[in-house]
Design a protein around this ligand. Structure first.
Ligand code: CP
Ligand code: NVA
Length: 309
């Protein structure tokens, strides 16, 4: 059994195996309906418990489908309906119960510490569905999408991030170390990635490039990523933050400095950080990106259960 909490803690070889498995499984789903189970039914009879302490559309639905396609079942519990927290039951007791009834626990939460505590108390795998510091399922799936569209290993591509240094970017930085790709970040001066992340990159003998100018960051990019300026866990002054990011919007004029067949990706939901014409235009692959979550998350689940082929 293996947890899937942060990309930085997972060996690069395992991440690559997840992507290869996803590619094989996806290629076999062409003529199947959404809820038809994969031939080998690898997780038949298993129950995955999902819990969301914050909103989710894509993660919730894509994991539901992923779980069903593997032959397992899923129940989504609401944090405010459990005894944990409001009813005063300890996290350790809740973890014990989850481990007795369920085979895996999938959690989206506002607290990295809570994921950590659950991981210590559960005897079943835990998967991080987004925390303040990380969105590992999203980013691993995005690496898959990039390689699928560009038909090249991501290590041969220039990847650019325009926007906030948030959970998604943290996972993208971790991916840049694990998959060894070139990462340019474009963000305002006071919003650079935190020192402990830059130190980790350095310790891992990799480098990321930070530009406080969107154009310089996007120059010659094969892929441009963006995300909302104000994330779910943001507690600060959102109006000020949006103002500070005004010059870090992905527009068609910014896309002009990228490579000729560059693509635009965004995990969604979106805000003002990308113009409508880019989001819906020729560079955008955001719908394919969202759909690939199903395929990669199936292989993440199989990794957690030690069932990767
Ligand atoms: N991209 C993503 O995780 O979307 P949701 O918040 O809708 O799950
Ligand atoms: N950075 C965003 C991602 C949403 C999927 C957030 O945390 O709200």
């Amino acid at each position: 059994m293996k947890n899937f909490i942060n990309l930085k803690d997972i060996p690069a070889g395992d991440l690559r195996k997840i992507l290869s498995d996803a590619k094989k499984r996806k290629s076999k789903r062409n003529n199947l309906n959404t809820l038809e189970v994969d031939n080998d039914k690898p997780l038949k009879g298993k129950l995955l418990v999902q819990m969301y302490e914050k909103q989710s559309s894509r993660t919730r639905l894509s994991f539901y489908i992923a779980i069903k396609q593997l032959g397992a079942d899923s129940i989504t519990v609401k944090a405010n309906e459990l005894h944990l927290g409001r009813g005063g039951e300890s996290l350790a007791d809740t973890a014990k119960i989850l481990s007795s009834y369920g085979d895996g626990f999938l959690l989206r939460t506002d607290s990295d510490e809570k994921i950590e505590n659950f991981s210590k108390n559960l005897t079943i795998p835990i998967i991080n569905l987004l925390s303040p510091s990380s969105h590992p399922c999203q980013v691993l799936s995005d690496v898959f999408t990039v390689e699928e569209i560009m038909r090249k290993p991501i290590s041969k591509l220039n990847i650019c991030w325009i926007g906030d240094c948030n959970n998604v970017l943290n996972s993208l930085i971790a991916a840049s170390v694990k998959f060894k790709f070139n990462l340019n970040i474009g963000c305002p001066k006071n919003y650079n990635p935190p020192k402990f992340i830059l130190d980790w990159v350095k310790k891992s003998k990799r480098k990321i490039n930070i530009f406080n100018n969107a154009r310089n960051a996007a120059l010659n990019a094969h892929v441009v990523f963006s995300d909302k300026v104000v994330s779910l866990n943001d507690k600060g002054n959102k109006y000020k933050k949006i103002r500070d990011f005004k010059k870090f919007k992905v527009t068609s004029s910014l896309m002009k400095v990228t490579k000729p067949r560059s693509i635009f990706l965004h995990c969604l939901p979106r805000g003002d950080e990308v113009s409508e014409d880019v989001f819906l235009g020729k560079h955008s692959r955001v719908w394919q990106q969202a759909l690939n979550r199903v395929h990669v998350q199936k292989s993440i689940l199989l990794y957690s259960f030690g069932r990767l082929r």
